[in-house]
Design a protein around this ligand. Structure first.
Ligand SMILES: Cc1ncc(COP(=O)(O)O)c(C=O)c1O
Length: 426
């Protein structure tokens, strides 16, 4: 007997990758179709006016949904069957109580910050952080009297402790946002140690700061922040989860109360994902694990090649960390492996980096990461160009840094491409 919300077979717990093929979808509701059909509609018909009234009361939170009652569909900015199934499946990867999806990774980040902060609050963030997030925190949120305090991710929880002390004279801390490993220098931050620090923060309203981890770089296959103590796990689904460089999407997972608070903002700000994109992401979820594992294996071989190249100075790849490095223990504790996105510096500066990038024949010169194809880019002049120049070098974004997102091509072909491109600066 099939059960569309099955998480176990007897005592046996199903793995997330298996549940990506069935969980949350009841074929009986869709003419027996094996795959969830597309519900390309903006609005839904009510059985009666009384039902419509009930559904609005539930959706707005004015009335608690009674036990055993389906809250009902209203309008695709609030809910849609495909979105709801996708949210249920995304939550499984991080063993979260709930998840919401958004129109982009930035929509997930900005909706979360807005929902959890009020004017005068402080948002602490680890640097480097994705350039769009940096602009949001330092240029846009300041218009709403939200203050941003950064700390260097290479200083880990010690950096966070300094930022907390700095925030004490500014205002209550609403959210601490971090990428670990960060983009593009792959520095690791100990999530559990950060949570301990945040739980000890005393605030006037007795609220503890919310720890939100942007898990786009390693998740959900190689790292699950919620199991390490984070309150929220955010993704740009545009990257590994979508995985084909053909959609924009975002998500945020965590406990029900927190996600409901953010969902209420999403539904009014209109930062929700559209139904067609949600359907494409559902398809991507079926191959997420095998794509991430395959590209990670390719990246390992590319790293091996770059390590022996005389023109390569430093490779920012956690798999190269060795015992004794302060980041090694964090990496071993937090991650089950490395994803396929990493950066490396070459001998020279911008001119040499550009020569390599322009010489690539198969890998494409484009921002973004986590797609099936290999992409290369120059963080200092592209994804992180909004970070003030003087500050960039301090956080490791130098002019000779190249970021690569290894795809699922044959690794020997990617290495051949890099070899001939590096010859351009010999
Ligand atoms: C780590 C990380 N977080 C968030 C984002 C923003 O995601 P999106 O482009 O889907 O808005 C990006 C985009 O590159 C990213 O790399």
């Amino acid at each position: 007997m099939n059960n569309y919300n099955k998480k176990h077979i007897g005592e046996h717990a199903l793995a997330p990758e298996s549940m990506m093929l069935h969980y949350g979808y009841d074929p009986k509701l869709s003419q027996g179709a094996v795959k969830c059909p597309q519900f390309q509609t903006s609005t839904f018909v009510f059985d009666s006016a009384a039902h419509g009234k009930d559904f609005f009361n539930y959706a707005s939170g004015r009335v608690e949904v009674p036990e055993g009652v389906e809250p009902g569909l209203i309008y695709s900015r609030f809910n849609n069957p495909v979105l709801e199934i996708l949210e249920g499946r995304m939550a499984l990867w991080d063993d979260a109580e709930d998840c919401l999806v958004t129109g982009s990774g930035m929509a997930a980040i900005s909706t979360t910050i807005l929902a959890l902060s009020k004017p005068g609050d402080v948002v602490i963030y680890a640097e480097p952080i994705y350039g769009g997030t940096d602009t949001l925190l330092n240029s846009i949120m300041s218009q709403y009297h939200l203050q941003a305090v950064g700390f260097n991710s290479s200083e880990g929880d010690k950096g966070l402790a300094i930022a907390i002390a700095k925030a004490a004279s500014l205002g209550p801390i609403s959210v601490v946002l971090m990428e670990t490993p960060d983009n593009p220098t792959n520095q690791m931050i100990d999530i559990a140690a950060c949570k301990v620090l945040l739980d000890a923060v005393e605030q006037p309203d007795s609220n503890k700061p919310i720890l939100a981890v942007d898990n786009t770089m390693y998740g959900p296959i190689f790292q699950q922040p919620l199991s390490l103590g984070a309150d929220l796990c955010i993704y740009s689904l545009t990257k590994y989860v979508g995985g084909h460089s053909d959609i924009l999407g975002g998500s945020c997972s965590g406990d029900k109360a927190l996600i409901n608070k953010i969902r209420a903002f999403r539904n009014i700000l209109g930062t929700n994902m559209d139904a067609h994109t949600a359907w494409l992401v559902m398809r991507s979820l079926e191959t997420l694990k095998i794509r991430m594992l395959a590209s990670a294996e390719g990246a390992e071989q590319v790293v091996d090649y770059l390590q022996q190249h005389p023109l390569v100075e430093k490779i920012y790849y956690p798999g190269l960390l060795r015992e004794g490095d302060p980041q090694y223990a964090t990496f071993k504790k937090q991650c089950s492996g490395c994803s396929s996105t990493f950066s490396f510096t070459i001998k020279g500066g911008e001119q040499e980096a550009f020569k390599v990038l322009d010489a690539m024949q198969m890998a494409m010169l484009a921002v973004s990461l986590g797609g099936t194809e290999t992409l290369v880019q120059h963080p200092a002049s592209m994804t992180h160009s909004s970070v003030p120049e003087a500050h960039r070098a301090e956080i490791g974004i130098t002019d000779n840094l190249i970021r690569i997102s290894v795809g699922i091509e044959n690794p020997a072909d990617i290495i051949a491409d890099l070899a001939q491109a590096l010859d351009a600066i010999q």
